[in-house]
Write a protein that binds this ligand. Structure first.
Ligand code: RB5
Length: 149
């Protein structure tokens, strides 16, 4: 996704706030436009309140890809994946980010704000934004994700 004119939505709770601020600065320096869904301080908040609006916007096609964080990355990812059109991958390495794009066609990356360093998080975000879906055998697998029994 090399079209940097397409805004990138980003959201976190307090556990991911410092990382979100760092990543927004890096993204802007790199020429991306950001839509900041909050949170806007270190004050304690409930992560679903921040993640639902971003996930809904991805689900309804307002943005093609987004970035979310909480302390572990789990609560944010679990919340986002409640939307049928969302495929949020929890990534703590660059390879995880590449794989969730290549194999899962992930449209959200969830990053653990308290478990990896900020420079690694930036590498993960770049990998997520710059890696394309492989297609092929993964298409029918991804199509089946939203086919509940
Ligand atoms: C907040 O303390 C923490 O629970 C939250 O950021 C996240 O890790 C939840 O999954």
């Amino acid at each position: 996704m090399n079209d940097k004119s397409i805004p990138i939505p980003i959201a976190s709770d307090h556990g991911g706030f410092a990382m979100k601020e760092f990543l927004m600065q890096k993204l802007q320096q790199d020429g991306y436009t950001i839509k900041d869904f909050g949170t806007y301080s270190e004050a304690s908040v409930d992560y679903p309140d921040l993640i639902h609006p971003l996930a809904k916007a991805i689900d309804s096609g307002v943005y093609p890809r987004g970035i979310i964080m909480c302390g572990s990355g789990n609560g944010a990812q679990i919340t986002a994946n409640k939307y049928a059109g969302v495929r949020a991958g929890l990534c703590w390495t660059v390879e995880q980010a590449q794989l969730t794009r290549m194999h899962n066609n992930a449209n959200i990356v969830s990053v653990p704000g308290r478990f990896i360093d900020f420079d690694t998080a930036w590498e993960i975000v770049q990998a997520f934004l710059n890696t394309e879906f492989e297609g092929g055998r993964h298409v029918q697998r991804v199509d089946k994700i939203a086919q509940l029994l």
